[in-house]
Design a protein around this ligand. Structure first.
Ligand code: UT7
Length: 325
């Protein structure tokens, strides 16, 4: 057994130019800034321009991630894009991104695990790297949820936004201990019994349409904190680490109340929690790399910091990744 660790070489993110405030939304549906902020912590979200696609958002975030990693696209062995809002039914958005980056070698594919997509993609890349199959992987979370929202449904349209984030991973020989840099452990779960609580009511095989997002918000909320804390507890059990050892908790950014309740249940101090949901709403698979990039750019996350990532979303799917930056 080797001790290869998937270490982060660099990261980047991108939000579309057009911002949509709670006040503007209140002119479109029966809602208010007060309700949205109090129930979710969201103040703003971004919406992709006409003709701007998920692959374009992914491209902008990827260019920044490659620059911060100090490598060229041609240095990559693989690209994995986590998205539930692909440009097209096929080919994969990752392949479209590969072409935009001018990469002629390696392989690219999408991972679809809705809001947990980035955690699933990161752990997939980590498994490929540790197997020795590849060495450098670009992992992207990119979404244009504005395209699948029912803009007349106030219970969902106020919650989501568009965006993208990316990290570059590289396999580096470690010692096998938890002091290594890189991904230390990943824990993924899903349970299709909950598929009707958060889904899109269209698709190529079922309806030959794209469909709209439908959610029983209260039901999702009810399960979220328990599922999130379960996979984080699994990460602690696998490593012997605890909430006290964490430098940063960077959760999926769906709702500030879910983030706060999870941190409280796990005994994670408030000052260790990275929250960006106020700025961009729930960007599904893009939310974790957006939050990572924000905390790296403002100097909070430093080399050697221990970071817990977690997400929960449609399916249900849920998972955690513990890594040392
Ligand atoms: O990434 C994972 C995916 N999703 C999530 O994590 C979302 C999980 N769920 C949630 O975040 C919360 O359940 C919501 C934010 C969606 C809703 O918060 P809530 O505290 O669970 O509210 P609720 O659904 O129980 O609705 C409370 C009231 C209802 O009115 P009545 O029945 O009490 O008269 C809703 O009709 O708020 C009403 N309401 C709104 N009012 C103003 C629902 N949406 C809105 C709105 N503006 N946008």
């Amino acid at each position: 057994m080797n001790n290869i660790r998937s270490t982060v070489l660099g990261c980047g993110s991108y939000l579309p130019e057009k911002a949509l405030s709670n006040a503007e939304l209140a002119t479109m549906v029966d809602t208010s800034d007060e309700w949205i902020v109090q129930r979710t912590g969201i103040e703003n979200r971004h919406v992709a321009a006409e003709g701007e696609f998920t692959s374009d958002l992914a491209f902008e975030a990827s260019k920044k991630a490659l620059a911060s990693a100090g490598i060229e696209a041609s240095d990559l062995d693989a690209i994995i894009v986590a998205t539930s809002t692909p440009d097209l039914t096929f080919p994969a958005t990752a392949v479209i991104l590969q072409e935009k980056l001018g990469l002629k070698s390696g392989f690219a594919f999408d991972v679809q695990a809705v809001c947990s997509g980035f955690v699933f993609a990161l752990s997939t890349a980590d498994a490929y790297i540790r197997s020795g199959m590849v060495n450098r992987v670009l992992v992207v979370g990119a979404e244009t949820f504005s395209r699948i929202l029912d803009w007349e449904d106030r219970t969902t349209c106020v919650l989501f936004g568009d965006g993208a984030g990316a990290v570059v991973l590289e396999g580096v020989e470690g010692t096998g201990s938890v002091s290594d840099r890189g991904v230390l452990t990943s824990h993924l779960r899903s349970d299709g019994a909950h598929k009707e609580k958060l889904y899109v009511d269209g698709g190529p095989s079922a309806t030959q349409t794209t469909g709209h997002l439908r959610m029983e918000g209260r039901e999702v909320f009810k399960h979220a904190v328990g599922m999130i804390t379960d996979v984080i507890t699994d990460a602690y059990a696998a490593t012997g680490l605890s909430s006290d050892d964490l430098d940063w908790f960077i959760p999926h950014q769906a709702n500030k109340r879910i983030i706060d309740a999870s941190a409280k249940k796990l005994g994670i101090a408030t000052e260790k929690v990275v929250t960006t949901v106020n700025q961009h709403g729930n960007t599904s698979a893009a939310s974790i790399p957006l939050a990572i990039d924000a905390a790296v750019r403002d100097g909070r996350v430093k080399k050697g910091d221990l970071i817990m990532l977690e997400a929960m979303g449609g399916g249900f799917t849920w998972g955690s990744v513990l890594l040392r930056w």
